[in-house]
Design a protein around this ligand. Structure first.
Ligand code: ADP
Length: 278
C-alpha cells in the first residue's frame, strides 16, 4: 500500500508540474460554464474533460473541438493503444487488461499521461481536452489536486446505440482515421426521440486496410459498459456537484450533433469565422 501511495504521489507530482505549466497560460475560467459560454477560441487555452460511455463519440467531438480551439486532444485510450503497439515491457501486461475490457491501473495511466503532458509541454502546448481521463473518482480527485478543470462535457446516447456503434467501428491501419459502418436507427423509448445515424464509410483507398479494435467485440463492449456504470458514472456525479458538468444528449450522428454541440458551447460563431477564413 505504501508503495502504491508513493507511486501515486510521484505520478501526481509529475502531472502537477506539467499541468501547472499549461495552466499558467491564459485559461478560460469556469464561471460561465456550464450554463452559458463566452469562450474566445484560439485566444485562450481551455482545460476541458470529455466523459461518456464507450462508443458515444468522445474521441470524435473532442478531436474536432481541439482543432477549433487550438488545444491538444489527449485521449488516454490512444496512449494505451500506442503503448500496446510498442514492444516495451508494459505492452504484454496492458494487452491482457485492455482486451478484457478492464481498466488499467491508475499508476500506469498516470505515468502515460504524465509522459504525454511533458512531451506536449516541451512543444509549447497549452490547455487540453482530456478524453478517457478521469475514469474513476480517484483519478478525478488527483486531477483536481493538480489543476483546474473549466468544463466537463458528458456525452450521452442510449445503450443499444452504444453497442451498435462500437461494433461498427473501423480504423484504417494506414492513415489511422476512424470510420463506422453501422447504420443506426433506434426507436426512442420513454419519451426519448428516435436516433438515426448514417454510416461513416471509409474512402476506397482505406477499405482494404480496415481493422477493428480487439476490445470492440459484443462481450467486451458489454463488459466495458458495465465497468463504466460502476466506476466512471460516479465521476459524472463528482463534477455535477461542482457545477462543471454539461450534459449533452447526442441527437444523432455528426451532421446533427456537431452544430448543436457548438451551439451549447457558444462556439457556433467561431466555427463560421474559421470556415469562412479557410
Ligand atoms: N483513465 C483510464 N483509466 C484506466 N484505464 C484506461 C483509462 N483510459 C483508457 N484506459 C484503458 O484503455 C482502454 C481503451 O480506452 P478508450 O479508448 O478510452 O475506451 P472506450 O472506447 O471504452 O471509451 C480502456 O478500456 C482501458 O483499458
Amino acid at each position: 500500500m505504501a508503495a502504491m501511495i508513493r507511486l501515486f504521489r510521484s505520478s501526481s507530482s509529475l502531472i502537477s508540474r506539467s499541468l501547472s505549466t499549461a495552466a499558467a497560460s491564459e485559461t478560460v475560467k469556469s464561471q460561465s460554464y456550464p450554463h452559458s459560454t463566452s469562450v474566445e477560441p484560439k485566444a485562450k487555452s481551455v482545460q476541458w474533460v470529455f466523459l461518456g460511455c464507450p462508443g458515444v463519440g468522445k474521441g470524435t467531438y473532442a478531436s474536432r473541438l481541439s482543432t477549433l480551439l487550438g488545444v491538444p486532444h489527449i485521449a488516454t485510450g490512444d496512449l494505451v493503444r500506442d503503448e500496446l503497439k510498442s514492444s516495451g515491457p508494459l505492452s504484454k501486461q496492458l494487452a491482457e487488461i485492455v482486451n478484457q475490457g478492464k481498466l488499467v491501473s491508475d499508476e500506469i495511466i498516470l505515468n502515460l499521461l504524465s509522459k504525454r503532458l511533458e512531451s506536449g509541454e516541451a512543444k509549447g502546448e497549452a490547455g487540453f481536452i482530456l478524453d478517457g481521463f478521469p475514469r474513476t473518482v480517484r483519478q478525478a480527485e488527483i486531477l483536481t489536486e493538480v489543476t483546474d478543470i473549466d468544463l466537463v462535457v458528458n456525452l450521452k446516447l442510449p445503450e443499444r446505440v452504444l453497442v451498435e456503434k462500437c461494433l461498427g467501428r473501423r480504423i484504417c491501419s494506414e492513415c489511422g482515421k476512424n470510420f463506422n459502418v453501422a447504420s443506426i436507427d433506434v426507436a426512442g423509448e420513454n419519451g426519448a426521440p428516435r436516433i438515426s445515424m448514417a454510416p461513416l464509410n471509409p474512402p476506397s483507398q482505406c477499405i482494404s486496410k480496415l481493422i477493428t479494435r480487439a476490445d470492440d467485440t459484443e462481450a467486451i463492449v458489454k463488459e466495458r459498459l458495465s465497468i463504466y456504470w460502476d466506476k466512471s458514472q460516479p465521476v459524472e456525479d463528482f463534477y455535477r456537484s461542482q457545477g462543471k458538468l454539461l450534459e449533452f444528449d447526442l441527437p444523432g450522428g455528426i451532421p446533427e450533433s456537431w452544430p448543436k454541440l457548438l451551439e451549447v458551447l457558444n462556439l457556433d460563431e467561431q466555427e463560421h469565422k474559421l470556415s469562412a477564413a479557410a
